[in-house]
Design a protein. Sequence first.
Length: 100
Amino acid sequence: ALITFYGGDCCLSLNKKCTHLIVPEPKGEKYECASKRENIKIVTPDWILDSISDKTKKDEVPYHPRLIIYEEEEEEEEENEEQDSQNEGSTDEKVSSPAS
C-alpha cells in the first residue's frame, strides 16, 4: 500500500518492468531469479520506509538482505517460540474424572 500511495507499482511476478525486489531475507525462488538479473535491485522493506521517511530514493546497496546480521540470541528466542507454539494444546497428561 505504501508503494502505490507514493507512486510506485507492484507486481506479483518478476518481469521486465520490475526494478526492485523487496524481501526480508535472502532466500526464495524470486530472490534467486532476481539475483541473476542486474537490472533488479534487491532490498529489504526498510529501504521503502527509509526512502519515504527521507523523501528521497535511498541507495539500495546498504539495504540488501544479505547484509542483515541476526544476533544469536534473537535466533534462539525465535526457535524457542516456534517450539512453544507447536507444543501448545498437545499434552500427554490424562485427565481423570472425579469418583462418584
